[in-house]
Write a protein that binds this ligand. Structure first.
Ligand SMILES: *Cc1c(COP(=O)(O)O)cnc(C)c1O
Length: 510
């Protein structure tokens, strides 16, 4: 059996295999250690299917291949979809999102154009509208589903680049950056590395961004930002960070929106997980002003708890998306005849406009050719799991999940405060608790080393996962709580494991 055509009948058997493995996996996920490094020896079974680990000439057949994949996969996987993975900011997949993600693979739609899938185009339009409503953004905002917040930053800053070049009477989509000055990009110190990566991919260079911070934590130096914008006296891009990864801090978005307005700057908000603060009246104030942003980047694979890869960007003027990401003039792709390309004045978007500034096409209310709205062309129907989780649990369900995690973060903060060998380093505005081990008998000069070793020991132990960072010049842990399954018991276990390891690494004297 080599040709897949003769394997059609195996589809049912392989899906049953997946189901049979999934049920016990999901049932035990919540109680599993996050990772057991000893299991990694099994990985050789994936590499060495044939002699010498080479690509097999004759395949083993779908059932045998899946048997191996499921056995190795469910064992070796980092069980980050479960409730005890507090490293980075990841999230799991709600039952509805998981089932819908499988359905996405079943239907295998190409969500590039209406012509390739009216279903995917329509679901994307609905999902974007629901996300906009979930975050309370004005109806004028429109968006693009992309792979991640990195690509949401890329998409947003790509549109910002197009806008900025327009101010210099250049169509950057057609002509590129040649001849233009450096695009000024300003931020406070909470800037995420992915914004730099986006600038590097867009050809601006990652060091283009000017960071104005008033302390080691990264709080934005607003007067310095304002002075710089005044000095520039021209179009600039201002990045506001809604939820930074060390402690969940927020820039004052409303104030930055005032500043952006005063100087005519483009305001981009990176709200990869912080935008979810909008879901609860308890935290909505943190993102006040986001509805004034020109562009917003966010992740659904984080706090919405849908599978990877799922990010999205919102633009205040969504018609700028096809202007920056369209592919005009290709005969077999949708072109100027499509309503997407109409700018209301008869001229197609993307052909050289008589005045770049006049390009303000209407955004169609119905399904659009979303490949023209973002960096990808062929693309997965990643709207389907978003649609499913929002359909299944609604605004109330997602608010309840966020508020539970806010409570869990406060519980963790309290447990840290009560522990004589732990020290909290920051307020807990959202879902991240930044703290370090600080056994009373240890000299201050040894704390960074202890905490570095604690971070490594925690990952090695594997019962719970959390990562280290440098916060205010000190090595610290920064667990993030965004998984739909996490409960108080998981938080208690995190503290228990951390304290157990601290006692081993820095045993009290006597
Ligand atoms: C996670 C994160 C990103 C990058 O998201 P990816 O999905 O990993 O690309 C960007 N900004 C912030 C603030 C983040 O937390």
């Amino acid at each position: 059996m080599s040709d897949p055509l003769h394997d059609r009948d195996s589809a049912e058997a392989t899906l049953r295999q997946v189901y049979a493995a999934a049920v016990p996996y999901l049932a035990t996920l919540a109680d599993r250690p996050v990772h057991d490094p000893a299991t990694e020896s099994l990985l050789v079974e994936l590499a060495e299917l044939a002699d010498g680990g080479r690509l097999p000439e004759k395949g083993v057949g779908s059932v045998a291949a899946m048997e191996r994949l499921l056995r190795v996969g469910t064992t070796v996987a980092t069980h980050s979809a479960g409730p005890r993975f507090f490293h980075f900011v990841v999230g799991g997949a709600t039952p509805a999102a998981l089932a819908a993600d499988w359905t996405t693979a079943l239907l295998d739609q190409n969500a590039a154009f209406r012509a390739t899938s009216p279903l995917a185009a329509a679901v994307e339009t609905i999902a974007l509208r629901w996300l906009r409503e979930l975050f309370g953004l004005p109806a004028s905002y429109g968006g693009a589903l992309v792979t991640s917040a990195t690509f949401a930053n890329f998409t947003s800053l790509g549109v910002a680049t197009h806008w900025w070049a327009e101010q210099h009477d250049v169509d950057v989509a057609a002509d590129g950056l040649t001849g233009l000055p450096r695009m000024p990009v300003l931020s406070g110190g909470y800037l995420h590395a992915s914004s730099r990566k986006a600038l590097q991919m867009l050809g601006h260079g990652r060091d283009t961004v000017e960071v104005y911070a008033r302390d080691r934590v990264g709080r934005a130096d607003l007067p310095a930002i304002e002075r710089r914008l005044a000095e520039l006296a021209g179009p600039a891009v201002l990045i506001a960070n809604a939820g930074e990864v060390n402690a969940g801090h927020f820039d004052p978005i409303d104030t930055l929106a005032d500043i952006a307005e005063r100087y005519g700057a483009w305001l981009h908000v990176d709200g990869a997980f912080g935008l979810f603060a909008a879901l609860s009246p308890r935290t909505a104030d943190l993102v006040r002003g986001v509805e004034r942003a020109d562009s917003i980047a966010c992740d659904a694979h984080k706090w919405l708890n849908v599978p990877y890869e799922s990010g999205f960007a919102f633009l205040r003027e969504p018609s700028r998306l096809p202007a920056a990401f369209g592919m005009p003039g290709t005969t077999y792709l949708p072109g100027p005849a499509s309503p997407l390309w109409s700018d209301g004045s008869g001229g197609p978007v993307g052909s050289r406009p008589s005045s770049a500034r006049s390009v303000q096409p209407e955004v169609p209310a119905g399904p659009v050719d979303y490949a023209m709205h973002g960096p990808e062309s062929s693309r997965r129907a990643r709207s389907i799991p978003i649609w499913a989780t929002l359909a299944a649990y609604g605004r109330d369900g997602h608010r309840a999940m966020v508020e539970r995690q806010l409570d869990l973060a406060q519980r963790l903060a309290r447990l840290v405060d009560e522990a004589p060998d732990l020290e909290r380093l920051a307020e807990v505005p959202l879902c991240i608790v930044c703290f370090r081990a600080r056994p009373p008998h240890l000299p201050a000069g040894e704390l960074d080393d202890l905490n570095r070793r604690l971070g490594a020991a925690l990952l090695d132990d594997g019962r719970v996962f959390a990562g280290t960072t440098v916060y205010d010049g000190r090595i610290a842990l920064r667990p993030a709580i965004v998984n739909w399954q996490t409960t108080e018991a998981d938080i208690d276990l995190l503290v228990e494991v951390v304290r157990e390891l601290v006692a081993q690494l820095a045993p009290p004297p006597g």
